[in-house]
Design a protein around this ligand. Sequence first.
Ligand SMILES: *Cc1c(COP(=O)(O)O)cnc(C)c1O
Length: 409
Amino acid sequence: MRRSCIEDKSEGLAEGVIEMFSSQEEVFEKEKRYIMQTYKRPRIVLKAGKGSKVTDFAGNEYIDCVAGIAVNAVGYSHPVVVNALREQAGKLMHASNLYYTEPQVNLAEKLSEISGMHKAFFCNSGAESVEAALKLATKMTGKTGFIAAEGSFHGRTLGSLGVTFGTKFRSAFEPLLQKGTKFVRYNDAPAIRNAIDENTAAVILEPIQGETGVIVPSDGYLREVREICTEKGVLLILDEIQTGFGRTGRWFGKEHDGVEPDIMTLAKALGAGFPIGAMLATEGIEFEASEHASTFGGSPLACTAALASIKVIEDEQLVERSRDLGAYFREKVREEGIDSNPVVKEIRGRGLMIAIELTMSCGEIVAKALERRILINCTSDNVIRLVPPLVISKEEIDTVISVLCEVVK
Ligand SMILES: *Cc1c(COP(=O)(O)O)cnc(C)c1O
């Protein structure tokens, strides 16, 4: 059986391209045979999505609190995004950066408007935007040292890995190309002051640490770091790849502390599921001709996806929705007494970036939730991270909470 998501007069033209399997066992077998085994996945094959729900091979429907790792902020198959992509795909998908294209310029202007930053450099993923940020900081300061936080996650390319903390990400690849990063305790501004030396180009931080388990710093931390960086003449890079686009109840995580970084990295929710990354910087901090480039970066199709996504976030007031539903979630979870269960250590987060830290490994709870048709995921072994689409409904949140109650018991 094969089905194209494009249901118009051109249906059928994808025959022989969009081939589907006749059993999910066949998918698992071929995946094992032909794909490097870097991912540990539950044995479900996802086929389709609508709003905050996904459907698997067998037709089971799940409420998705993973959202492609905080990517599908506007939900699956949003008609504004789908239609914009269809229209642009039929016009011009890619042209390279050897030529001007309109969606790229429109997106850069829009990003400047919502972020308060000045100019953009477009790339294709989070790690690439971090690469661009590290290069730009080095070029601007003439220095190569970085300060990052313990628990940081900034990506897995050889450069971004240099500012990523976990040994599980790094150990097989040492010594890294990007050496000599100083890691200091997160949420400890004086530690940053002490770590800055004559070779420091920049401090790089996540406004809320995502992969490490949704670690929310104290109010005032980022502001204090900003003051230290300004005083010492080092750049501040905020990695908003996970916290951007309404996830924390503000457009960007930096707004909770009212700080302006020198450089900001974006990806994940930027393109509503279409791959795109961006590095933004303030006035005067920029690359010049030939200093950096990307073949695919900022393609008309990717930029159209991002423009459509931002339009949906604005029109449907998803930033406010994330703030309100996040508060609702945390209140309801307490009402239901999940936080007083002995296996629950702490519930924390901002907006719809929520963590439930357990006193045990969360594998069993993730598996039980899956059986009850809720997708959740585990970061740092004992932290359940919930980052649902921002379009999730109150009723869906109620279902998620009642299932969590059940499986935690
Ligand atoms: C996911 C993530 C990255 C890496 O993004 P990729 O697109 O996977 O390269 C970097 N920084 C943060 C904060 C992230 O959450």
